[in-house]
Design a protein around this ligand. Structure first.
Ligand code: HEC
Length: 120
């Protein structure tokens, strides 16, 4: 049986594109011509790093809940969220409290989302 080499190449591409999505892959998959959106890119970051305390309602003394688009947008606009994730662990007010600093590419992603006008 003869196998068309183009078919093989296509098959390899299909297989290699079907991996599961970690936060790192998420960044690599970002299409630079599409805006950063809350639902696709931003929510997963907050869900995995912040909502253990910033749930709805917030627990452990965390002032605001960060579970919805409006929560996160309001917190960036009014409660210093961007500064807090940019500080170093150990500095007063650093977030995530008691955790390690978010990877720089995720911090950049959140700031890019802000500068693009908080696309939902
Ligand atoms: C272990 C619990 C915990 C986690 C996880 C956590 N926070 Fe907090 N957060 C707190 C507490 C407690 C406060 C209130 C004390 C303070 O202002 O520093 C707070 C306050 C804040 C505030 C200020 C709210 C206000 O009303 O002024 C922001 C913004 C914030 N956190 C963002 C985040 C972000 C973003 C993450 C995830 C990257 C995060 N936090 C993860 C516990 C947490």
């Amino acid at each position: 049986m003869k196998i068309n080499p183009f078919f093989l190449v296509a098959l390899c591409l299909i297989i290699s594109s079907c991996t599961n999505t970690s936060e790192k892959d998420l960044i690599e998959q970002i299409n630079p011509t599409e805006p950063i959106t809350y639902s696709e890119h931003i929510k997963p970051v907050f869900d995995s790093n912040c909502i253990t305390c910033h749930s709805s309602p917030a627990i452990n003394g965390a002032g605001v809940s960060l579970t919805t688009y409006n929560n996160v947008k309001n917190s960036i606009e009014n409660t210093n969220l961007i500064d807090r994730i940019n500080w170093q662990p150990g500095q007063g007010g650093f977030m995530p409290l008691g955790g390690s600093r978010l990877p720089q590419n995720l911090i950049d992603l959140i700031m890019q989302w802000q500068s693009e006008g908080f696309v939902e």
